[in-house]
Design a protein around this ligand. Sequence first.
Ligand SMILES: *Cc1c(COP(=O)(O)O)cnc(C)c1O
Length: 374
Amino acid sequence: MDLETRAIHVGQDPEPTTGAVVVPIFQTSTFAQPRVGEHLGYEYARTGNPTRTALEEVLASLEGADRAVCFASGLAAEDAIFRLLSPGDHVIMANDVYGGTWRQIDRVHRRWGIDVTAVDLADLDATAAAVRPETRLLWAETPSNPLLKILDLTALAELAHGHGARVVADNTFATPYLQQPLELGADLVVHSTTKYLGGHSDVVGGAVCTDAETAEELAFLQNAVGAVPGPFDAWLTLRGIKTLGVRMDRHCANAQRIAEALVDHPQVVEVAYPGLATHPGHELAAGQMRGFGGMVSLRVAGGIDAAKTVAERTELFFLAESLGGVESLIEHPGIMTHASVAGTDLEVPDDLLRLSVGIESADDLLDDLLQALG
Ligand SMILES: *Cc1c(COP(=O)(O)O)cnc(C)c1O
């Protein structure tokens, strides 16, 4: 079955006692057991909940993974991955990862003996030079946030595997509809399901999709640490996933249109969008993705003040953090989403704005940006 069909059917058979065609919200903390030591598959809702199971099954299918394990947020999912490591282990991380990912490893896990090096993973020689005998993970995000760099997942997997390390791909920006990291050689896929998978800016969640053995360790952590999504959150995410394909097609078309229109605008210094032929990762993206995504970044002429003015002047594009919802958003990464990396190697330009292009009419979105830039 194709992905669009699996998004609607996998893990989502009609409910057997009533025939409800939508997976119910199993809003319960515990499950009655017929006999001591015997249960019907569920005991306690931190350990497992049928609404969450449905979400885990569909996510595993979409990413082509043995199993998916869901968490209360993308960062909780990432935390579980880092907990697979031991003191002394080393991680190589893309030098423009999501700011919260960097903050977590740098300020939380480093204290427990995990070392990390930030590298431009688009530079394979620099990446190879950063590998140490104790390197366990290579952490890639492609397209990256907020600079929309494209990384060669196949080449990175080859490099990592040659040194006994594994590749984690943050597939939040691309989604499994546009990119299949496990097929390209990655070992674990991590998601902030808050973004395109949920798709409606109404829920926070995360997931890891991987092989059965690693997923078993992650499921142990899911239960032992307890950062689980509630049943309503799992249900909202499931509901969003059903329309992933049609939403992503529209996000891609709208973003392409806006990127092409802004490229020659006198108030715009640079547009970063992998769908532009001038983007350095364009060929690579065309090879490893089915579309170029809904995120566009631009540098505004006139520096930080001009960038802030534009961000505050849009009307349809709400000034807000996050991304991946049906409504368009604009933000200033330097002051907003990426404030946690200010003053580090991961700092972003202060005239940069990031657009999460929604699925409204492209004409209306473009008019809004042009009036804000004008
Ligand atoms: C938002 C985001 C995260 C973190 O996810 P939360 O759900 O906010 O915890 C991680 N990676 C990327 C690329 C993101 O955009």
